[in-house]
Design a protein around this ligand. Structure first.
Ligand code: ZN
Length: 327
């Protein structure tokens, strides 16, 4: 099928409406309070009922920026509230992908609020495929800008009321820096290989990557007060000195915290993808990928040691410090 033919089919989808996605819970104060705690928002209008009663609203409200939160699926993929549509508003991305555009990046997210929501309201949204641009080439690569608009409503006996809108735009593309396939049969679908992005290396961080290349985990140390710091930076957060040298860590520590990335699966990383915050024995912390672990059995406090692995990136090979459990 020629590009013109398949793209005409995709273009014809613009304007398509997808059914409603319901909220698991009505708008409620406990979720708002926890959200404020996570986001570092200290506004008593959202959690202190006696303060809120004397405010312009006269009662507790919830942060408008939480609009998207109410209808989220939760921790499990596609675990939408009962009565939600089974349609996939992102189906067009799969179609574009099948024509050789494997990468995706979110480029815009614009949230509009019509009014504050009140505790007890039931919220849902519907989605409209608002636009698919013609093929464009950007610094990232060549592809299509796809715009979806989610319109949020509050259920009302007298007719549901629009309360806000979320515009979400992604760029679905063939990466410009994709390496050529090593063998013809590596890429049966003709989709270019996506490379791991190289870390940004600056004058402040160069020593770290050069150390890793030599199999050393180097940690920046203030020459004036001895405080260790990571990630590297130009001055000491304790005494503000610009003088520093490095300490070679033994590479031993314990898992202070971790996440296991499941979704979305972004190539070329393997999934599930466990990433940990390691408390090094020398006293500072560092983020690193975990290897040689079962992602289901990772525990805070597990002793780990550094291992160095050479990985291919879009700007050549680099050596990454990773961590594995000490057996
Ligand atoms: Zn210092």
């Amino acid at each position: 099928m020629s590009q013109a033919t398949w793209f005409d089919g995709v273009k014809a989808m613009v304007g398509k409406q997808y059914g409603r996605v319901n909220s698991w819970d009505p708008v409620n104060s406990p979720m708002a309070r926890q959200w404020c705690e996570m986001m570092g928002i200290d506004n008593p209008s959202y959690y202190d009922s006696s303060y809120a009663e004397n405010s312009a609203h006269g009662h507790l409200t919830v942060p408008p920026a939480m609009l998207q939160v109410w209808c989220m699926e939760g921790l499990h993929i596609n675990n939408y509230a009962p009565g939600s549509t089974k349609e996939n508003p992102y189906e067009v991305l799969k179609i574009i992908e099948s024509h050789g555009y494997p990468a995706v990046v979110a480029v815009n997210s614009e949230l509009d609020f019509d009014r504050y929501l009140s505790v007890g309201e039931s919220i849902y949204y519907t989605t409209r495929l608002a636009d698919i641009g013609d093929e464009k080439t950007t610094a990232l690569g060549t592809g299509f800008f796809v715009t979806l608009i989610m319109t949020y409503f509050s259920e009302k006996p007298s007719g549901d009321e629009k309360v806000g809108e979320l515009l979400f735009r992604v760029f679905k593309f063939k990466p410009a820096n994709a390496a050529a396939p090593k063998k013809a049969d590596d890429q049966p679908s003709g989709i270019p290989k996506i490379m791991r992005p190289a870390p940004g290396v600056s004058d402040d961080t160069k020593f770290f990557w050069e150390g890793a290349k030599e199999g050393k985990l180097l940690i920046q140390r203030c020459k004036s007060c001895g405080t260790l710091r990571h990630p590297p930076g130009p001055s000491c957060p304790s005494c503000h000195s610009f003088e520093w040298d490095t300490l070679t860590s033994k590479g031993l520590g314990e898992i202070y915290s971790f996440v296991v990335m499941h979704y979305p699966e972004v190539p070329p990383f393997d999934y599930p993808n466990p990433i940990a915050l390691i408390q090094l024995d020398e006293g500072t912390r560092i983020v690193g990928g975990l290897v040689d672990v079962d992602p289901k059995n990772i525990k805070i406090g597990t002793r780990v040691e550094v291992v160095f692995k050479v990985v291919e990136t879009d700007q050549g090979d680099i050596t990454l410090p990773l961590f594995k459990p000490v057996i």
